[in-house]
Design a protein around this ligand. Structure first.
Ligand code: PEP
Length: 251
C-alpha cells in the first residue's frame, strides 16, 4: 500500500559531467531493482536540468536538495520551488540536518518551504531526527515529535498525503554508525503513530517513512525488513551506482 522509495542524496558532490555519468549508471542498472521500488537521484542544482532530461521516460525520478521558502524575488543565491517544477523535478529534500545545522533552518521555516513545494506540485522528503546528545539524554522521541508537529501538522489531510518522511538520526549521518534496525523501527512506528493520531490511521498507513544514516548494502536488508521502514535516504553510498542499486535490491 505504501510506496517503497530509495533516494540518493548526492549532497555537494560530483561535477556536472561526473553527475551525468553516475545518473547514467544508475539508470542503466535500475532494471535490477524490483519494480515496486521507486528510485530517486538527488543531485546538486547545477545538474538538475540535464539529469531530468536523461531520466525522462526511465524509472528513475529526480529530486532537488532544497528550495527557498519564498515564491520569488530579491533572495540572492536561492532557488525557488517553481524553478524546480519548471525543470520537471519531482521531489525536494527539506529539513536535512545539514541544512538545519549549517544554515540555521527552523521548523517554522521548513513549514513555509513545504507549503511552497506542495503548491508547485513537488513532493517534499521531510527529514527529521535527533542529535547524539538528545538520544543519550533520552529525548529523541520528544525532538522528533516537535519537528513533525511544528513542520507538518499545520498541513491539511490532502497535503500530508504528498509528503515523504525521512527519519535520519543525526549521529548516524556520514559517521558510519547506523541505527539498529530495532531503533529505526521504533522511531518509524512512533512517527506513524503521531500521524495516525493527527490524520487518522488510514492516512498514516499511506505515508512512506524512509530511514537515513550510513545505510549501505551490508545493512540495508535488515533495516528495510522492518514493517514501518519504507525505504532509505542514502548519502555517501549513493555516489557509487553499484552500492545504490545494491541497497535498492535489498527489499
Ligand atoms: C544523508 O545525508 O541523508 C545520509 C543519510 O547520509 P549518509 O548515508 O552518508 O549517512
Amino acid at each position: 500500500m505504501r510506496k517503497k522509495i530509495v533516494a540518493g542524496n548526492w549532497k555537494m558532490n560530483t561535477l556536472p559531467s561526473e553527475g551525468m555519468t553516475l545518473a547514467k549508471d544508475v539508470i542503466a542498472k535500475s532494471g535490477q531493482v524490483n519494480h515496486d521500488v521507486e528510485l530517486v537521484v538527488i543531485p546538486p542544482f547545477t545538474h538538475l536540468s540535464e539529469i531530468v532530461k536523461l531520466a525522462s521516460g526511465t524509472r528513475v525520478s529526480v529530486g532537488a536538495q532544497n528550495c527557498a521558502q519564498w515564491k520569488s524575488g530579491a533572495y540572492t543565491g536561492e532557488v525557488s520551488a517553481s524553478m524546480l517544477q519548471s525543470l520537471g523535478v519531482e521531489y525536494v529534500i527539506l529539513g536535512h540536518s545539514e541544512r538545519r545545522e549549517y544554515f540555521g533552518e527552523t521548523n517554522a521555516e521548513l513549514l513555509e518551504k513545504i507549503k511552497i513545494a506542495l503548491d508547485c506540485k513537488l513532493k517534499p522528503i521531510f527529514c527529521c531526527g535527533e542529535k547524539l546528545n538528545e538520544r543519550e539524554a533520552g529525548e529523541h522521541f520528544q525532538v522528533v515529535q516537535q519537528q513533525v508537529e511544528e513542520s507538518l501538522f499545520p498541513l491539511d489531510d490532502s497535503s500530508i498525503s504528498n509528503i515523504v518522511i525521512a527519519y535520519e538520526p543525526v549521529w548516524a549521518i556520514g559517521t558510519g554508525k547506523t541505527a539498529t534496525a530495532e531503533q529505526a523501527q521504533e522511531m518509524h512506528a512512533f512517527i506513524r503513530n503521531l500521524l495516525a493520531n493527527k490524520y487518522g490511521e488510514a492516512t498514516a498507513e499511506t505515508i512512506s517513512i524512509l530511514y537515513g544514516g550510513s545505510c549501505k548494502p551490508s545493512n540495508a536488508g535488515e533495516i528495510f525488513s522492518k514493517p514501518d521502514v519504507d525505504g532509505g535516504l542514502i548519502g555517501g553510498a549513493s555516489l557509487v551506482a553499484d552500492d545504490f542499486i545494491a541497497i535498492a535490491k535489498s527489499f
